[in-house]
Design a protein around this ligand. Sequence first.
Ligand SMILES: Cc1cc2nc3c(=O)[nH]c(=O)nc-3n(C[C@H](O)[C@H](O)[C@H](O)COP(=O)(O)OP(=O)(O)OC[C@H]3O[C@@H](n4cnc5c(N)ncnc54)[C@H](O)[C@@H]3O)c2cc1C
Length: 420
Amino acid sequence: MSKKRVVIAGMGFGGLRAAKALAGDEFELIMIDRNNYHLFQPLLYQVATAGLEQEAIAYPLRALVRRWRGASFLLAEITGIDLAGKFVLTDSGTVPYDYLVIAAGSHTNFFGIKSVAEHAFDLKRLDQAEDLRNHILLLFEQASRESDPVRRSALLTFVIVGGGPTGVEFAGALRELIVYVLSQDHPDIAPSETRVLLVEAANSLLSAMPVDLQQYACRKLRIMGVEVLLENRVVGATAESVELYGGTVIASHTLVWSAGVAAADVAGFLSGVEHGAGGRVAVQADLSLKAHPEVFVVGDMAYFLEKGVPLPMMAPVAIQQGNYVARNILAREQGTSTHPFHYFDKGSMATIGRSSAVAVAAGVRFRGYSAWVAWLLLHLYYLIGFRNRLVVMMNWTYAYLFQERQVRLITAKKRRADSL
Ligand SMILES: Cc1cc2nc3c(=O)[nH]c(=O)nc-3n(C[C@H](O)[C@H](O)[C@H](O)COP(=O)(O)OP(=O)(O)OC[C@H]3O[C@@H](n4cnc5c(N)ncnc54)[C@H](O)[C@@H]3O)c2cc1C
């Protein structure tokens, strides 16, 4: 008897966990992704701020697949899903399935502000992080040559939108890159000439954290020289300016957007299903689709309510859902069933800068050095691949000891906006 085929659409955190748990003799497993690597998105901001090389946060999928029995990988763009016919459409042909796990993640949400979508940098892909690094380093080169103080100030002003973990971590890392490294590389540019602004619409940073940790993060960033603008919104941008609600215009060549995400385009390929906020796909208690029990959605794409509140778009949610769906599929094949999905919230954390982070785990709050060490260890643990862990650890140790960022390379002088 031929084996049943499980297709996994998207090999991020959720897809990878489901694939790992399903690999073996039971199924024919086909994994599809547009990239031939798994990307560790939480460290993208370190690639953008010259702290890590891009290879260190990506892992080749074929290196995993060759170790997993019954598994194969298809490098392809998913272009449609036929729920009735049970096949996935890709730019490399159609792939029929018995079970389908959709784990295609999310994309940046600019909330319909066209000028921002056109000019802002977002951090979802490796090439975007590299583009942003090139851009920052190039601006310092240009500023060194610029004699007009107004133009020079605009080149050295960086606006970041979104006071969640990504915005906070990026703002802190950028400030440190400027103070410890770029102002040494360019002795003619004083750190006081540069501006890093973090704009947040709410009245606090890190809204999911306890208030004392929110305040700590804000205070720390301000001490580091980041201008935190709370209860402010960016409403427009040009290549050389950023406009705030109320009309203030900031002369700046850099707008980094980390203010929201929406379900990946694949969610729109599912006709006849219910969508929740941000285009996420409404799923049942076992993460399957209502009329299609053989199709599951996990991670950022899934709209799953727990105690009436949608689960956040975070890696631990995707990981737990990927594992759960694999168990569920195995149980079904064995004629048993599983309990409804329940998310076990182990806590959250964000790093602010050197020796400084905030974390909450099992209701216990940490801040400062202990939280920072916990953040480092946890990220090393979740990175895929021994080499990547080693490289990242060496980079971090080197940066800590010598206050250097070795990866400050300009690899292209133009932004590759539409590349993968
Ligand atoms: C900059 C940044 C920082 C973050 N920091 C944190 C953090 O500190 N802590 C935390 O918990 N979470 C963090 N997150 C969120 C976390 O990365 C996501 O919640 C997590 O990646 C979601 O996992 P997923 O499996 O749903 O999707 P993803 O990991 O995004 O994987 C989706 C996969 O689907 C593939 N794909 C998508 N569309 C197609 C298509 N049409 N065809 C083929 N392949 C496709 C993609 O290539 C990708 O490999 C961060 C995210 C970003 C962007």
